[in-house]
Design a protein around this ligand. Structure first.
Ligand code: GSH
Length: 228
């Protein structure tokens, strides 16, 4: 059976949503990143980048959330647009845009706003600006069409859901007002039974909730190493 290595964080949750949407049977394997379980040799053999999510499906190992979304969509033939060059081009562009832009900038915005030991105005301003700029590009797209690619709900919408629902953490609660179409999409997806099941999954395993020294050492390794 397909194994899904996960935690309750945004990138694994997109994959949980997709697994629940497809109905594929899977075994959820918790990786408690606040306890450092992402750094074990067994997990590094699955994802050398020491992050969740990852999946093992027979002899296929896939890491990085949007790569997994595409793999599962191709495996099942579900949640993909029609296979025309135009829509395929849009699918790949938006999937990579969410992976390389939206996720990292929103993630850094959360980091500098909430976790960095010092509040550095330059860093907070840069990442909030970039996170807003990226969400604004999604918002403009969704003002023109209901879903991100083509005319049906698909894997790019799931990728967007993973991060856009964290807008209150990445930017602040009041920012929803700037992104009404993103909010519409997030609300629509969150109301789906598959999203409810994906959210429920994290309650099935007891992940560490404290963000203490052990968690900081496991997730912010740069704090112990001086490179600059
Ligand atoms: N590009 C990767 C990023 C994965 C990622 O950053 N995962 C976070 C959770 S959302 C994680 O595992 N953090 C633990 C750590 O950084 O040690 C993806 O899209 O899957």
């Amino acid at each position: 059976m397909l194994k899904f290595f996960y935690s309750g964080a945004p990138n694994p949750m997109k994959v949980a949503l997709m697994l629940e949407e497809t109905g594929l049977p899977y075994e959820a394997v918790p990786v408690d990143t606040r306890k450092g379980e992402q750094h074990t040799p067994e997990f590094l053999a699955i994802n050398p980048n020491a992050k969740v999510p990852a999946i093992v499906d027979g002899d296929a190992t896939v890491f990085d959330s949007n790569a997994i979304l595409l793999y599962l969509a191709e495996k099942t033939g579900k949640f993909l647009p029609a296979n025309t060059p135009k829509l395929r081009g849009e699918l790949l562009s938006w999937l990579m845009f969410v992976a390389s832009g939206v996720g990292p900038f929103a993630g850094q915005s959360v980091h500098f706003r909430q976790y960095a030991p010092e509040k550095i105005p330059y860093a907070i301003n840069r990442y909030m600006y970039e996170a807003q700029r990226h969400f604004g590009i999604l918002e403009a797209r969704l003002a023109k069409q209901k879903y991100m690619v083509g005319d049906a709900y698909g894997i790019v919408d799931m990728a967007v859901w993973g991060w856009a629902r964290l807008i209150p953490n990445a930017l602040g609660e009041e920012y929803w007002a700037k992104f009404p179409n993103l909010k519409r999409l997030v609300d629509e997806i969150s109301a789906r039974p598959a999203a409810a099941r994906a959210n429920e999954l994290r309650t099935k395993h007891k992940f560490k909730t404290e963000f203490d020294d052990e968690a900081r050492r496991a997730m912010f390794k740069h704090m112990d190493v001086k490179v600059a």
